[in-house]
Write a protein that binds this ligand. Structure first.
Ligand code: RAM
Length: 354
């Protein structure tokens, strides 16, 4: 697998992205971080040793999602390097209800760190608060909740929203109608990115782009496929679709690729190169974006261990080393940023294997 970023660039990129977020006045993710009832407490000891045998539980939004398989491989690798025990827990549907069960199970098993991609920013909090009371450090990754101690953000919400706005604008030569096919209605991450995209659409350069609808496929392949079909029935003249979820983008591409709309309706959003390659090759998709999912999980694993050990509390300015990814700094309280998204197209999609 080709690394997305030379190691020494990760820190620089992360800093730049975070500064951009601050300058742009914030997104839902930033707001969530501000509302966070967890957040930094105590004093960090950068020399604190990471205890051996840490039990670190990863709760993705759902199992059987190729994106989270990659993320959790990264998490597992980090925990192995640290001599701990990684457990992945979750159901096949992206719901907060099922996550509550798995948070409770992790807590009962004596989890030291719970790393969660929340399906709802609030519904998971009573269970997470209880786990924290029982000694677990709580880390959000991918999709934050309002009660995590720290959030490992894949990028800034503003930058992901802007990247998607730029891609669809490019595809439609600056003018036309498009719809959004999202994941679940309560997903913190997708909602932040959609909000950021909508803000970009207010800019003069995007005045001729019209967002006509936002629908939700719940990160279920079939539901997403059907939502895409429904969009074309409701808006037969639609010019494009943006899907800020790997599940939605793959399903939308499959539908358009096999339909009369191929080549007529632009499809873009967030996807993995391995899922999207065939649709780039058959001309359904020109470009899409993502970060390295493996690195997101790896960084989250190291962040959880550093937090539990007391190397960090998540306060602005603190730094720690995340294994082979190198040093990361909290540019804002309670949030660490992996780096900018990468745009894939026919020129580079074959260079990536994830
Ligand atoms: C899906 C999930 C995940 C998101 C990616 C881009 O796999 O919704 O939360 O980060 O897409």
């Amino acid at each position: 697998m080709i690394d997305l970023r030379p190691r020494h660039m990760v820190f620089v990129a992360a800093s730049a992205v975070t500064l951009m977020t601050a300058a742009c006045g914030g997104t839902t993710i930033d707001d969530a971080a501000e509302e966070d009832t967890g957040g930094p407490t105590g004093t960090a000891d950068p020399d604190a040793e990471i205890p051996e045998d840490l039990a670190i539980d990863f709760l993705p939004k759902q199992l059987n999602n190729p994106f989270f398989d990659l993320v959790n491989d990264g998490g597992q690798e980090a925990v192995e390097e640290l001599g701990g025990q990684a457990t992945e827990r979750g159901g096949t549907e992206a719901t907060a209800d099922s996550q509550v069960e798995y948070i409770n199970a992790a807590g009962q098993a004596g989890s030291d760190v719970i790393v969660i991609a929340a399906n709802d920013p609030d519904a998971v909090c009573p269970a997470l608060d209880e786990a924290r009371d029982n000694g677990a450090a709580i880390v959000g990754y991918d999709s934050d909740a309002n009660c995590t101690d720290v959030f490992v953000n894949q990028s800034s919400g503003e930058l992901i929203g802007r990247t998607m706005a730029e891609m669809i604008s490019d595809e439609l030569d600056g003018g036309g109608t498009f719809a959004i096919l999202s994941a679940t209605p309560n997903a913190t991450n997708q909602n932040a990115w959609i909000e950021a995209l909508e803000q970009v659409l207010e800019e003069d350069d995007y005045a001729d782009l019209e967002l006509v609808d936002t629908v939700y496929g719940n990160d279920d392949d079939l539901e997403s496929f059907q939502e895409m079909q429904g969009l074309m029935q409701s808006y037969p003249d639609l010019d494009g679709v943006v899907s800020p979820t790997t599940v939605g983008l793959a399903a939308a591409s499959r539908y358009i690729s096999d339909s009369e709309y191929q080549g007529e309706v632009a499809v873009t959003g967030l996807g993995t190169p391995n899922q999207m390659r065939e649709f780039v090759k058959d001309g359904t998709v020109d470009q899409f974006a993502l970060w390295d999912p493996h690195d997101l999980g790896y960084l989250a694993g190291y962040t959880g261990a550093a937090l539990k050990a007391g190397q960090i509390t998540g306060a602005e300015g603190e730094s720690f080393t995340a294994g082979e990814l190198g040093e990361f700094t909290f540019e804002t309280d309670g949030e660490i940023v992996l780096g900018p998204p990468l745009v894939f197209n026919d020129d580079n999609v074959d260079d990536f294997d994830f």
